[in-house]
Write a protein that binds this ligand. Structure first.
Ligand code: ATP
Length: 352
């Protein structure tokens, strides 16, 4: 399976199954594709893999989830935070994860769990490693030390074809790096064109519906270069929510959004935030239904995104999760790091 430029959906991927053009099947689009994973890292076009695994789901209802978290994260001091009992609904867990780039020690013992039904935000100062955490969760980067568990099973290194399907993880990258030589229709429908047996007119219909869901109409035949930055982001989101409707049941899916509203005007941000909420299906409704986002994680700096699209927050600072709590607890926190970040004050423990 293939991951795409700005949005990625990756049920199963094989490190060995890719051809020289980066795709495991004869490629329908003959034009050259350049893919860059982010603005920060202009990289060579590359193959990105993904996928997942896991035991059969034993997932709890939305109600029990909500109750657990209300109870569990009242306290903001990490040493006092109680973990909810039972881990049967944990979809992704990072346990004591370390990651360095050369001399830069970015992550220094990051631990957290993403449970079925959750809408989690990761916040923290710039350059603190939030995108790195997402890439490690997605299996695009391997931790130097520590473990990533996908539905209770330890992932070994990067994603590989040895793994058993059981959870789809999608990553919507920070930049709007669509395939520049493909039309919007081809970009949004890419996975279906390449990996499904759906007829092209059916895919085209789904593309139009996905675009409509993000507030775009009549752009199917345009190239990315003919779109504004905000429109490109929305096209990428449309691609992240499209799915094969001919499948009866698939694994639950976790979507990871890297700054989905950065650079958008306030109204476009609201459209995207509401879309993120709308594709999220909690509880039993999300179990083994195609196209349902069981949980999602958003890296963001935007207050509106935190308010509208996130229920629980993880605060990453100096390589560790220094605070976590429900969104409504963020602004009333007495943690000096959180207080400084929430107020934007120059004085405080965070030094720039
Ligand atoms: N592939 C890489 N090679 C070298 N350094 C990297 C790589 N990826 C990230 N970094 C560095 O790791 C640090 C953390 O980057 P990351 O993008 O995860 O931070 P972030 O918290 O998401 O930042 P921002 O909020 O500004 O987007 C930065 O100093 C970045 O330059």
């Amino acid at each position: 399976m293939v991951s795409l430029s700005n949005s990625v959906l990756f049920p199963l991927a094989t490190s060995s199954g890719f051809t020289s053009n980066g795709f495991s099947r004869p490629f329908r689009f003959a034009r050259t594709i350049n893919w860059y994973s982010s603005d920060k890292q202009k990289e060579e076009p590359r193959n990105v893999l993904c996928a997942c695994m896991a035991p059969s789901p034993n997932l709890r209802s939305e109600e029990s989830f909500a109750t657990k978290f209300e109870d569990s994260f009242k306290s903001e001091d990490l040493s006092r935070v109680r973990e909810p009992e039972g881990d049967s609904d944990v979809l992704i867990e990072c346990r004591d994860v370390y990651k360095s780039f050369g001399e830069k020690h970015i992550l220094r013992g990051v631990s957290f769990k993403i449970r079925h039904g959750e809408a989690v935000g990761i916040i923290g100062p710039s350059g603190t490693g939030k995108s790195t955490v997402l890439k490690i969760m997605a299996g695009l980067l391997a931790p130097d030390k520590g473990e990533v568990y996908i539905r209770g099973r330890k992932r070994v290194g990067l994603i590989s074809d040895d793994e058993i399907s059981g959870l789809r993880i999608g990553l919507v990258f920070q930049s709007a790096a669509l395939f520049d030589s493909l039309t919007v229709r081809e970009n949004v429908g890419f996975l279906l064109y390449e990996n499904s047996s759906m007829p092209e007119d059916q895919i085209a219909k789904l593309v139009t519906e996905s675009l409509a869901a993000v507030g775009l109409k009549g752009v199917e035949d345009r190239l990315p270069s003919e779109l504004s930055g905000g429109m490109k982001k929305r096209v990428a989101l449309a691609r992240s929510i499209i799915y094969d409707t001919t499948k009866e049941a698939i694994e639950p899916e976790v979507l990871l959004y890297d700054e989905p509203t950065a650079g958008l005007d306030p109204i476009a941000s609201t459209v995207v935030e509401d879309l993120i909420r709308s594709v999220h299906t909690k509880g039993q409704d999300a179990v083994e239904k195609p196209g349902q986002i069981a949980s999602y994680v958003v890296v963001t700096h935007q207050h509106s995104t935190i308010r509208r699209a996130v229920d629980r927050l993880l605060f990453l600072y100096e390589g560790e999760i220094v605070w976590q709590g429900m969104t409504h607890e963020f602004t009333t926190s007495t943690n000096p790091i959180v207080q400084q970040f929430a107020s934007g004050n120059l004085d405080g423990p965070i030094k720039y």
